[in-house]
Structure formats: structure tokens, C-alpha cells
Design a protein around this ligand. Structure first.
Ligand SMILES: Cc1cc2nc3c(=O)[nH]c(=O)nc-3n(C[C@H](O)[C@H](O)[C@H](O)COP(=O)(O)OP(=O)(O)OC[C@H]3O[C@@H](n4cnc5c(N)ncnc54)[C@H](O)[C@@H]3O)c2cc1C
Length: 390
């Protein structure tokens, strides 16, 4: 992209700082908090507005673990890595609590519950509970016979549920507000899409309509949009759309769900929301080819699919109150990606990326982004290095 003379803000000022962050979602804001705590100067450049992308459009699950259940994750990445990842997400929630998330209006200390609807997933969840307990994690198994009085369990679909007793949910916007309000010295420029990065006098120069920034290092927290500025990330972080809707059942009792539910290996998710509403998301896995996109439209097929789940799992009588979508950045193994990225014309090691949170940035993002700053500036060891992709 280029910007014409006429499109540039005539008062476009030039700012110098130690680290420039691109992107003001959970990752960018959390990274800035870490830089401030280290006494380093930093600036954030945001293409739209703070929290405008995935960070302000998600389901608000503050859930332990990753995209898959414990047993399946251990089969894929090994038991030790899995234990590490689960601990990491517990620490993420502890970090958000220390910041004050519990005092936000939309916060609910409500357990999450993974539901199996197939025999295969049922055996995975049973195995997961055993493995989690062996590894020191609290986990409970619910059978339909001892399930709570939730509409979800009235249908014959759930075979078994795995409960994470210490999980929570929050309003994504309130989390973003909390992170922004916690910043004390970092300027955040909105409507400031970085359209070019170049090297100038040994520093990286970022060009946007609003402002030009020169920094010793750049941390790209651009999530699914990573490859627009750093094409080498194209195969590593891929955009995937997540669609959601909110509805209000005619009977308020249908809106009171005991848990934040996660079904079909996370393909669908449903939880109570304020004002007797229920939010429902997912069905992406049934429409994968279409949903591998960075267009944040909603589509009739996915929205209808979500509504069919509502009718099957909750009620036939409801009003839709909102429909939306957001773009997630998926990594090949579902784990975050941290590392220096090559950018043409700029010395290696000056531009870094933190993202690829694969649909779990609320559970991973705060801790991961703060850690990425220490990896970049203090060589802290990381299990999420981009080098694993060769
Ligand atoms: C529908 C949906 C439901 C989800 N549900 C959950 C959930 O319940 N729990 C959970 O843990 N996770 C969930 N997620 C995932 C979570 O929202 C993301 O992992 C997380 O928000 C990613 O944060 P981020 O800051 O890395 O990215 P983003 O929030 O996407 O922020 C990236 C920012 O970079 C900016 N940017 C990009 N390019 C440029 C540029 N060139 N110049 C300047 N700025 C730029 C963008 O405008 C954007 O604001 C969900 C995601 C979606 C879409």
C-alpha cells in the first residue's frame, strides 16, 4: 500500500521511541504494558481503533488450555508441552486478575465445560480428566445423569462434560478498556495503519497517515494481518473467520447457563451474556474453505448453521439481537508465534512478531505478549519461537 501526499495528515509528526508496536488489540496493549514496566519508551500504531478486530469481537472465554482438549493436545505436542500450555493459561488469568478484570461489570467467575457429542470425543474427555488430575489440574467429569438443569443437557446430544472449575468469562471490550486504562505513558495512534516499514539511520521507520515513528525495534501485534507487512509470515499465520450471534430466548430461563460451554472440540461455543441473552459462535469447521478469509462479513450459511444449533440445543423461541464476525490468526500447531521476522531492506532482528493465538487470545494473549517483549529484548527462553517452523 502507498499513501498519496493528499491523503497524509498535514500535521504528520515524527516520533522517536525505543519500541514501536503495530496493532492495539490484546497483544499490542499487553506488550506496551510490559515495556512501560521496564521503563522503556513505546508508541502504538493502530489501523482502525483500539480493540477493533478480534480482541473486541470474541466470545470472552477466559478458558484454561488451548484449542483442543488435554489428551488430544498431548497426543499432538507431547505431555510436557501440554502441561506447560495449561499452566500458561492459568497464569494468564492470574495476570488479568492482578490487573483488575474481576471488577469489570461483565466478568463472571463461571466454569467452562467441554462437551462431547461423539463416542470418540467422549473417550478423549475421559482420558483428559485422568491426565489433568495426574498433572495437578483441577477437573471434573459430568455425566448426563448428574448434569446441571441447563437446556444444553435437556437435548440428547451431550454424552459427557469436562469442567474446568476455575475458568471465567468477561466482556472483551471491558478487557480492552482495562488494558488501555492501565497504560500510563504510551501514546496510541488510531486510524494509523502502517503502510510501510523502512530502515533509516539504523532505526526502523514506520509510515502511517497520522504519524511517522522511528524505533530501534518494532513488535508487530497484527494477528491475522501479519503477512501484509511481513510476507514471510504468510504460511505461518493464516486468517480464519469466526462468526457469532447473540439471541434472547423468549423464556429467560433458557438464557441461564451454568457453564461456558465448548462443544465438538471447540467448533461451537455457547454461554450466557448480560440481559438474558445467549451468545453462540462457531460452525467454522463445517465451512472451512469459505471461512479461511480476512473478510469480516457474516454469511447466511454459517449464521443459519448457528441457529440450527440453538434450536437443537436451547430453544425454538428466540430473537436474534446481534450477528458479527472477527478474524483469528491461526498458527500451524495452534500455539502462539514469537520471533524476529525478515523484512526487505531492514536489518535482521529489528522487526518482531507476536501472535498466531489461534482462537485463544483471551486465554493466552496477555501473558504471551508480555513474554514476547522479554524474548525480544532480554533473550528470555520461549516455547513459542517462530524458529520451530524452520
Ligand atoms: C469470533 C471470535 C471468537 C473468539 N472467542 C475467543 C474466546 O472466547 N476466548 C479466547 O481466548 N479467544 C477468543 N478468540 C480469539 C481472540 O479474540 C484473539 O486470539 C485475540 O483477540 C487476538 O488478539 P491480538 O491483539 O493478537 O489481535 P487483534 O485483536 O486482531 O489485533 C490486531 C490489531 O492489529 C491491527 N493492525 C493490523 N495491521 C495493521 C497495520 N498495518 N497497521 C496498524 N495496525 C494494524 C488491527 O487493526 C488490529 O486492531 C475469538 C476470536 C474470534 C474472532
Amino acid at each position: 500500500m502507498t499513501i498519496s501526499l493528499w491523503q497524509r495528515n498535514p500535521t504528520n509528526e515524527e516520533i522517536t521511541c525505543e519500541v514501536a508496536i503495530i496493532g492495539a488489540g490484546i497483544s499490542g496493549l499487553s506488550a506496551a504494558l510490559e515495556l512501560e514496566s521496564q521503563g522503556r519508551s513505546c508508541v502504538i500504531l493502530e489501523a482502525d481503533w483500539i480493540g477493533s478486530k478480534a480482541s473486541g469481537r470474541n466470545a470472552g472465554y477466559l478458558m484454561r488450555g488451548g484449542a483442543e482438549n488435554y489428551a488430544r493436545t498431548a497426543d499432538k505436542i507431547g505431555r510436557e508441552h501440554t502441561r506447560f500450555l495449561w499452566n500458561w493459561t492459568e497464569e494468564n488469568l492470574r495476570g488479568l486478575k492482578a490487573l483488575g478484570i474481576e471488577s469489570t461489570e461483565g466478568y463472571a467467575a463461571r466454569p467452562s465445560c467441554l462437551i462431547a457429542t461423539t463416542e470418540e470425543e467422549e473417550s478423549e474427555l475421559r482420558r483428559s480428566v485422568e491426565m489433568m488430575r495426574e498433572d495437578g489440574f483441577a477437573a471434573e467429569l459430568i455425566e448426563p445423569a448428574n448434569a446441571p438443569q441447563d437446556p444444553i443437557w435437556w437435548s440428547s446430544k451431550p454424552r459427557v462434560g469436562l469442567v474446568n472449575p476455575h475458568d471465567a468469562a468477561c466482556s472483551p471490550s471491558e478487557l480492552i478498556d482495562l488494558l488501555s486504562a492501565s497504560l500510563s505513558s504510551t501514546p496510541v495512534f488510531e486510524q494509523a495503519e502502517v503502510y510501510r516499514m523502512e530502515q533509516h539511520d539504523g532505526r526502523v521507520r514506520l509510515l502511517s497517515k497520522q504519524v511517522t515513528v522511528q524505533a530501534s525495534r518494532v513488535l508487530m501485534c497484527t494477528n491475522a494481518y501479519a503477512s501484509q507487512l511481513a510476507p514471510s509470515l504468510k504460511e505461518i499465520v493464516t486468517p480464519n473467520r469466526g462468526q457469532m450471534l447473540a439471541m434472547r430466548p423468549k423464556s429467560p430461563s433458557h438464557a441461564r447457563l451454568e457453564y461456558n460451554y465448548y462443544l465438538n472440540r471447540g467448533s461451537e461455543y455457547v454461554r450466557s451474556a448480560p440481559d438474558d441473552q445467549v451468545i453462540f459462535g462457531g460452525a467454522r469447521t463445517y465451512h472451512e474453505a469459505n471461512e479461511a478469509t480476512s473478510s469480516d462479513d457474516t454469511t447466511a450459511e454459517v449464521q443459519e448453521h448457528l441457529e440450527s444449533f440453538i434450536r437443537e440445543l436451547i430453544t425454538n423461541e428466540y430473537d436474534i439481537t446481534a450477528r458479527w464476525s472477527g478474524i483469528m490468526g491461526f498458527s500451524p500447531d495452534g500455539l502462539p508465534v514469537i520471533g524476529a521476522v525478515p523484512v526487505k531492506g531492514i536489518d535482521d532482528g529489528k522487526v518482531w512478531y507476536c501472535g498466531g493465538l489461534t482462537g485463544h487470545g483471551m486465554s493466552l494473549g496477555y501473558r504471551t505478549a508480555r513474554h514476547s517483549v522479554r524474548v525480544m529484548l532480554e533473550h528470555e527462553q520461549t516455547k513459542f519461537s517462530i524458529d520451530r517452523f524452520g
